[in-house]
Design a protein around this ligand. Structure first.
Ligand code: PLP
Length: 391
């Protein structure tokens, strides 16, 4: 069976380095935050071309914490794309805000920037563009709209670590960028992990506060921001006690752990190469798949796509998937239910037909094998099989 993704092959290629990095942390006795996390944060910020990074427990928490850092909460609205992983909308809803959905485009599958402005109300506080499948949304247009309406832009880069738009890295274009290190993502750790990147020092400090129970001097800063008052952090007296036992806002316990940071530090230098390899396989697919029943994904010319997944669309998807499976090739669906039609959001009042492109993708999109350790033979077998599909 040719798998859709395979993290074991990557581990095997870097086995010794990864084992040593993890063991070093085990021997150090420093397991939460600490030097490994600090070093990784610096290295990842540099990779994205921003000043700051805050390592957190996972990509979902990165979104939650960045929304809190932006001061968003109950009664606010946040605009995002109807086609994404559930976490994008969940992060908005869990802090008491309302997700407002916009359709994706017909061919690039990222948020339709031209459909955003009509969804803005006086309650709108932020836009979360999702760089879906590894391709950046139209950030110039989105930033221009956000600026005009005084909205935050939080990039959901969970599927886009290393992707670029007009030469700028994903995560560096909005106010904050949220990345997931879930094992199958382009940069994955051996468990859960995530990071928020930003160029804004105040947001950086807010994120640091919200990842550790709203405590310490950063917590006091977050308190001041929430209350809209000036606070003097230097006058804060902890009476010789640990600052972490003084809490100022309700936050989370969501930190990147040292083992994950150490593993990520081993992998980060390989990320660009892995993304190049994925692009090379995408080129093979793009050039060699020639089946009139199959539509291939479009990469905008301004974008450096990193192909977290390579998604085709096909009329009779179920039959196609069965055929591929019978021929020893795994496929996947990202995602079968668009966010506006998820049962949990029924009270928001959306109905089928509201987001035709997201709905089409949910019903007809199908991912074929894509990962850096795929072999030439395997990719050619996939091409052959897709081309021989008749129905
Ligand atoms: C994976 C993913 C997330 C969530 O990341 P976790 O680390 O699994 O919490 C959020 N948004 C998108 C688009 C994702 O693909």
């Amino acid at each position: 069976m040719i798998p859709l993704m395979n993290v074991a092959r990557q581990y095997h290629n870097l086995e010794e380095q990864l084992d040593n990095a993890a063991l070093k942390v085990l021997h150090s006795g420093q397991y939460i935050l600490g030097d490994e996390v600090k070093s990784f944060e610096q290295e990842f910020a540099e990779f994205c071309g921003v000043k700051y990074a805050v390592g957190v427990g996972n990509g979902t928490d990165a979104l939650v914490i960045s929304l809190l850092a932006a001061g968003i909460g109950a009664g606010d609205e946040v605009i995002t794309c109807a086609m994404s992983f559930f976490a994008t909308a969940e992060a908005i809803a869990v802090i008491g805000a309302t997700p407002v959905f916009v359709d994706c485009t017909e061919d690039t599958y990222v948020i339709d920037a031209d459909a955003i402005e009509e969804k803005i109300t006086d309650k709108t506080k932020a836009i979360i563009p999702v760089h879906l499948y590894g391709q950046c949304a139209d950030m110039d247009k989105i930033n221009e709209i956000a600026k005009r309406h005084h909205l935050y832009v939080i990039e959901d880069c969970a599927q886009a670590a290393g992707a670029e738009y007009k030469g700028r890295r994903a995560g560096s274009m909005g106010d904050m960028g949220c990345v997931s290190f879930f094992p199958t993502k382009n940069l994955g750790c051996a468990g859960d992990g995530g990071v928020i990147v930003t160029d804004n020092e105040e947001l950086y400090r807010m994120c640091q506060a919200y990842r550790v129970h709203g405590s310490g001097t950063n917590g006091l800063l977050a308190y001041g921001k929430r209350k809209g008052i000036k606070v003097d952090v230097d006058s804060l007296d902890f009476h010789g006690n640990l600052p972490k036992y003084y809490n100022f806002v309700i936050g989370h316990n969501s930190r990147l752990d040292a083992v994950q940071a150490a593993l990520l530090r081993v992998k980060l230098p390989y990320l660009e190469g892995w993304n190049d390899t994925r692009r090379a396989f995408a080129r093979v697919y793009h050039e060699k798949i020639k089946n009139p029943r199959i539509k291939k994904p479009l990469c905008e010319k301004d974008n450096l796509h990193i192909y977290y997944v390579y998604v085709l669309t096909v009329d009779d998807r179920d039959a196609f998937r069965l055929y591929m499976e019978e021929n020893g090739i795994a496929t996947g669906v990202y995602f079968p239910v668009p966010l506006h039609l998820q049962k949990v959001f029924e009270d928001l009042g959306y109905k089928r037909g509201d987001m035709p492109h997201a709905e089409y993708l949910a019903e007809h999109g199908v991912a074929i094998p894509m990962f850096a350790e795929l072999t030439q033979d395997e990719s050619e077998q996939v091409v052959r099989c897709v081309n021989e599909w008749i129905q």
